[in-house]
Design a protein around this ligand. Structure first.
Ligand code: GRG
Length: 314
């Protein structure tokens, strides 16, 4: 698998990206009753992201044979939650990042207050979109989707992960377990994985689950397989992110390298070393693909996405 999606996967990504970009354009261009907020929503929401989480909604729905028409609102909702999290994460009180998606982060282009409000607005909009009555989905399924996304985004999911990350910031390995026993290192890795499972993994898992919920009567065995797939790619995504922060191409990433180091963060690379981090990423992608054993070729896009995640350049 190439560093950028290639061949059939590249075409699949493009189709999905076009579909989500059109839908976000419609949503965000008419979403605000105040001009500055409207401009901020469009600036951040329509910036070129990979749209990985919506793509996971579509690909998971495809794996379980769902009607593609049922997937668009869920795909928009996960991307809105993701974008809000990036906007807030970039603020001075959090990661204090000046660049996002290759351009000034929202609080730099506007101001902190507008960035906070745009993030808040996107979060609310995600749930408004997800609760819109939809012919293809029973209300009980939509309720389950809303609970799934709220749980993943909230205090037992992404926000908890961000809180763990904030608490750990500035505690370099030297002050922690690096010089400790193998047992202490294993504990440090466990803590790191727990933080990432919450901070980024929860929303990735929710994206896969929302896609599956678009179909009727998915068996418990298949849901469990998708859950296992999602938790493995969630970690693999983060390990790759840590590797890219050390050896990626700043132009492709749209931001400078070394941000983890500058904020003294413990990462897979600082914990395991570059070589072992690469091995861990590949193992996680292999395990993700192995989880899909109960599925036919309908899950091939998910299989390809697992490979892409650990080879991506941005
Ligand atoms: C502020 C509540 C709150 C949460 C923030 C996810 C998150 C939680 C912060 C992001 C910090 C970060 C850069 C983590 C590394 C992994 C990651 C989520 C990268 C960005 O996601 P991509 O690569 O971004 O999918 P694009 O721009 O392609 O959508």
């Amino acid at each position: 698998m190439n560093a950028s999606p290639s061949g059939a996967l590249a075409e699949y990504f493009e189709r999905c990206q076009d579909r989500i970009d059109d839908a976000l354009e419609r949503l965000l261009r008419r979403a605000a009753a105040e001009d500055r907020l409207a401009a901020a929503l469009a600036y951040a929401g329509l910036a070129k992201g990979k749209r990985l989480r919506p793509i996971l909604v579509f690909a998971s729905a495809q794996a379980v044979g769902a009607n593609p028409d049922a997937t668009l609102n869920a795909a928009c909702a996960v991307e809105l939650i993701h974008t809000y999290s990036l906007i807030h994460d970039d603020l001075p009180a959090m990661d204090d990042d000046d660049l996002r998606r290759g351009k000034p982060s929202l609080h730099k282009a506007f101001d902190d207050a507008t960035a906070i409000l745009a993030g808040d607005a996107m979060q609310a909009l995600a749930f408004e979109v997800l609760s819109q009555p939809q012919e293809q989905l029973p209300a009980s399924t939509q309720l389950q989707m809303i609970r799934t996304l709220a749980h993943a985004a909230g205090p037992e999911g992404m926000v908890a992960g961000q809180s763990m990350d904030c608490a750990a910031s500035g505690q370099s390995l030297a002050e922690n377990e690096l010089e400790g026993t193998p047992q202490q290192l294993a504990t440090a890795q466990q803590r790191l994985e727990d933080m990432h499972q919450h901070k980024t993994g929860a929303l990735i898992s929710a994206s896969v689950k929302l896609g599956a919920l678009c179909a009727k009567d998915v068996s418990a065995e298949r849901l469990a397989a998708l859950e296992s797939f999602a938790s493995h790619i969630g970690l693999a995504f983060q390990v790759r992110d840590d590797i890219l922060d050390v050896e990626g191409d700043p132009a492709a990433l749209g931001k400078p390298l070394g941000s983890d180091d500058r904020s003294d963060k413990i990462t897979y690379v600082s914990l395991l070393g570059l070589g072992a981090a690469r091995t861990r990423a590949v193992e996680l992608a292999d395990a993700a693909r192995a989880s899909l054993q109960p599925f036919s070729s309908a899950a091939d896009n998910l299989r390809e996405i697992a490979s892409y995640i650990v080879a991506r350049e941005h």
